[in-house]
Design a binder for this molecule. Structure first.
Ligand code: G3P
Ligand code: CA
Length: 292
C-alpha cells in the first residue's frame, strides 16, 4: 500500500541530493528519497539519438569527465545556446552509447570536496532510468515519490531540429507518471514551451522565474499550475497573490553551504506559505520542516 504524498509543503531534491552526491545521478536521486524528499528534480537534455538524459546543461565539461576521453577530443565545439556562447562537449553531439562511456563528476569540487570521492563512479542517467527509480523508491519507502522534471533549452533544441517534448511525454506515459494528479510536474523557464505543453498534456506545469524577474501570477495561471520562483521572490505577499490566482508556489534553491542558518531559511519560506522547497540538502530540509 502506497501512502499519499505528505500534506506538508513538499521537499524536492534539487538535482537529487546534490549537496551530497554529484548532481543529476541515480545515486543523488536515491539519496534524496532516502533522506525523506517527497520529489526529485532532474534537469533534462537530449542525446544525438534523441534520448533524454539528466544534465543541467547540454555542455558537459563541468559535470562529466569528458575532457579525459581522447577519443572524443575532436567533438569539442563552440555554440550559442540560449544567448550564451559555450565551448566544450554537447550532449546533442554524442550518442547515448558515447555518453555512457563518461562518468559524472562533482560540479563544485572547491565547495564540496567530499563529493569528489564519488567522481568516476556514476553514469549520466536516462529519464527512463529515473522514472524506474521513482517507482522502485516509492515501493521501497511506501511513499508516492514525485518527479519534478525540468526541460532545459527546449527552444534551442527545437531550433536545431530536436524537439524534446514528444519524447518527454512518451516516457512519462510509458512509466505511468503522466496525468493531472501531480505524480509528475514539468518545469521550464520558457513560457512558450509551457504553453505548447499545455496543449498536449494535463501534467501540471511549473513556470520557473529567476530572481531578476517579476512574475505576474494571474498571467501564469492562464497556462501553468505552479509558480517556481527563486527563493528571494517567495515573499508572503507574492505567495498569497499566486494562491489567489490558483497557483501553487515552489521556491528554489536551498543550499546550506551558502547561508548562515539554513534551518531559519527553511522556516522563513514555510512561514511565507510556499508549497514546495527545492533543496540540495533534502535531509536537512525535511528535518527543519519537522521542527516548523
Ligand atoms: O527548478 C528549480 C531550479 O532547479 C531552477 O534552477 O538552474 O537549478 O535548474 P536551476
Ligand atoms: Ca533545475
Amino acid at each position: 500500500m502506497i501512502a499519499p504524498v505528505t500534506a506538508l509543503p513538499q521537499v524536492i531534491g534539487h538535482r537529487g541530493a546534490s549537496g551530497h552526491r554529484p548532481e543529476n545521478t541515480l545515486a543523488s536521486y536515491r539519496l534524496a528519497v532516502r533522506m525523506g524528499a517527497d520529489a526529485i528534480e532532474p534537469d533534462l537534455v537530449p542525446t544525438k539519438d534523441g534520448v533524454l538524459v539528466a544534465r543541467h546543461e547540454n555542455e558537459i565539461s563541468r559535470t562529466t569527465d569528458v575532457a579525459l576521453h581522447p577519443e572524443l577530443a575532436d567533438r569539442r565545439r563552440t555554440k550559442v545556446v540560449g544567448g550564451r556562447e559555450l565551448t566544450g562537449w554537447f550532449t546533442e553531439d554524442l550518442t547515448l552509447a558515447e555518453l555512457r562511456t563518461l562518468r559524472a563528476v562533482e560540479r563544485h569540487p572547491g565547495m564540496r570536496p567530499e563529493n569528489t570521492r564519488y567522481d568516476g563512479i556514476w553514469a549520466v542517467p536516462t529519464l527512463d532510468e529515473i522514472c524506474a527509480l521513482v517507482h522502485h523508491e516509492s515501493r521501497r519507502s511506501g511513499r508516492r515519490i514525485r518527479l519534478c522534471a525540468e526541460i532545459k533549452e527546449a527552444t534551442y533544441f527545437a531550433s536545431i531540429g530536436m524537439p524534446v517534448e514528444s519524447t518527454l511525454l512518451e516516457v512519462l506515459a510509458r512509466h505511468r507518471l503522466d496525468g493531472p494528479g501531480g505524480r509528475s510536474q514539468l518545469q521550464s523557464f520558457e513560457e512558450d514551451v509551457l504553453r505548447g505543453l499545455a496543449e498536449r498534456t494535463d501534467v501540471p506545469l511549473v513556470q520557473l522565474v529567476d530572481e531578476d524577474e517579476r512574475p505576474d501570477p494571474a498571467h501564469v495561471a492562464t497556462y501553468a499550475q505552479v509558480l517556481g520562483v527563486h527563493k528571494s521572490l517567495a515573499t508572503p505577499e507574492l505567495v498569497a497573490e499566486a494562491h489567489a490566482a490558483g497557483l501553487a508556489v515552489h521556491a528554489w534553491t536551498l543550499r546550506a553551504e551558502l547561508v548562515a542558518d539554513p534551518y531559519a531559511e527553511v522556516r522563513g519560506l514555510l512561514d511565507a506559505g510556499v508549497d514546495g522547497l527545492f533543496s540540495d540538502q533534502p535531509g536537512l530540509t525535511v528535518e527543519a520542516r519537522a521542527d516548523w
